[in-house]
Ligand binder design. Structure first.
Ligand SMILES: Nc1ncnc2c1ncn2[C@@H]1O[C@H](COP(=O)(O)OP(=O)(O)OP(=O)(O)O)[C@@H](O)[C@H]1O
Length: 256
């Protein structure tokens, strides 16, 4: 078995006295889309932020492409692509200029025809001369994904990448993720969509109250828990789905 591209070991994250992430460990391998699922406040974004190096964990280690994110933060960062919010982009620049700007920040030489090709890959050739505010939410997401992967990182991190997208845009984003996966990259995403997890994730971890409570392929999780009394209680229309397993494992209570 090769080493994982992302390895998280016994991660603990606290905000003051409150512990948001508790002993979280998992690995994401090249050629894998890995989903982090959990109710609101479960600790998904905190885990992702620790991986990105945006917050310092109380303890535990994060290794990206063999580089410890605390010991070699620049090397680790050079190997990860993080999807940014549209508000992070310069409003006065055109999309083509923003792409070129980020390419230069990452030390990637991107000529005009390469920018065009990148935009064509996401069906946005027409948007080259537009400002980010002139694009729809789905189009902005696509631009953001192109920018986050402009340096061809081994690891791509996506925090709820398809929230608010229409089915067409969501499918296109799934295809981009699958494209990275099929090229041997590792993709880590958070999602509230069980449909998304079943459709694109090779493996998922369910996190609740800061702890991973299950980790496996979506199919294996359904198979393993399909007869649990807690799952059977919440099944709708007779067929056990990933959502039934998720609710069975994490409970029906809405989180504060
Ligand atoms: N900056 C902060 N200061 C204090 N507490 C925080 C901070 N950020 C997050 N928390 C708390 O840590 C816990 C985990 O939050 P986190 O954002 O990681 O959850 P999440 O799983 O991403 O939730 P969601 O699905 O709602 O985005 C929550 O209880 C949250 O209130």
């Amino acid at each position: 078995m090769p080493d994982p591209i992302l390895e998280v070991k016994e991660l603990n994250v606290s905000y003051g006295a409150f512990q948001a992430v508790k002993d979280v460990s998992f690995g994401v391998y090249g050629g894998e889309i890995f989903g982090l699922l959990g109710p609101n406040g479960a600790g998904k974004t905190s885990t992702l932020s620790a991986v990105e190096g945006l917050l310092h964990p109380v303890s535990g280690t994060v290794t990206v492409a063999g580089f410890d994110t605390r010991e070699k933060p620049l090397h680790a960062r050079a190997n990860m692509g993080v999807q940014l919010q549209a508000t992070s982009f310069q409003p006065e620049l055109t999309i083509a200029e923003i792409i070129r700007l980020f390419a230069s920040i990452y030390g990637v030489d991107l000529q005009d025809d390469a920018v065009k090709r990148k935009l064509a890959e996401i069906s946005l050739e027409e948007a080259a001369g537009k400002k980010i505010s002139q694009l729809s939410g789905g189009q902005q997401q696509r631009v953001s994904l192109v920018i986050s992967t402009i340096h061809d990182p081994q690891l791509v991190l996506l925090d709820e990448p398809t929230t608010g997208l229409d089915p067409q845009s969501r499918r296109q984003l799934w295809e981009r993720m699958e494209h990275f996966r099929n090229n041997g990259h590792a993709v880590l995403l958070t999602t509230h969509s069980m449909e998304e997890a079943e459709a694109v994730c090779d493996r998922i971890a369910i996190i609740d109250h800061g702890r991973i409570i299950a980790i496996d392929t979506p199919e294996a999780l359904i198979e393993k828990h399909r007869h649990d009394p807690e799952v059977l209680k919440v099944v709708r229309k007779g067929k056990v789905t990933l959502e039934d397993v998720f609710i069975g494992l994490t409970g029906t209570a809405v989180r504060p």
